[in-house]
Design a protein around this ligand. Sequence first.
Ligand code: G3P
Length: 221
Amino acid sequence: MRLFLDTANLEHIRHGARLGVISGVTTNPSLVSKEGKVNYKKLVQEICSIVPGPVSTEVISQDTAGMLAEAREIAKWAKNVVVKIPAGLEGTEATAALAGEGIKVNYTLCFSVNQAILAARAGAAYVSPFVGRLDDIGEDGMLLIQDLIQVYREYPEIKTEAIAASIRHPQHCLAAARAGAHIATVPYAVLLQMAKHPLTDTGISRFAADWQKVMGDVKNI
Ligand code: G3P
C-alpha cells in the first residue's frame, strides 16, 4: 500500500516528502480553506512541485458543466495534478468525459461499492472511499474498503486504484493495508503517529545509556 498525505499544508507536505514515504497528496476544499485565503492555483502548483506523485485537488461546482470547466482548467496547472470529482450522477458524467480527454480523476466522497463500480466504469484513475465518515454515522467504514477491493479484484480489467480516505488513526491505516487498498491518504498527525512506538523510544534511550556507561561520549567506531 502506498501512502499519500491528506493535507494542503506546505510545511507538512515538505516534511512528508523529506521522510521519503509519501508518494502523493490529496486535498479537498475544507483542507485548502484551513490554510486561509490563499491563491488556490499557486498553492496547488507549489504542492505539485514538492511531490512528484499525484496531487488531487477538488472542483467546487455541483453541476456537470461546471465541474468540467473547472477540471479542464485545474488539469493545466501541473503535470501531476489529479482532479477530484464528487460521486453522484453529475460527477459520474463529468468523470467519464474527463477520462475520455485523458484527464486523471479521483472520484471522491465514495460511500458505497456501487459508487466505486461507477467510478471504475467511468474511467476514474482513483476512487476515494471515506472510512472515518462512515464510522461517524455508526457504519463500518473499513468494510467498504474490504468489499470494494474484493469486487475490483474480480474484474482485472479495472485499473482504478482505491485510496482509503478519511483516515483518522493508525489502526485505520493498518486495516486498509490488510484489506489490500492500493493507497491510504493519511492526515499529517496520523503519519507522525505511525512512526511512533514507546518501545522504540525506550530502546533508543537504553542503547544510548549502555553505550555511555562503557564508551563515554565516544560516538565514532
Ligand atoms: O481525503 C478525504 C478526507 O480529507 C476526509 O477526511 O476526516 O474530513 O472525514 P475527514
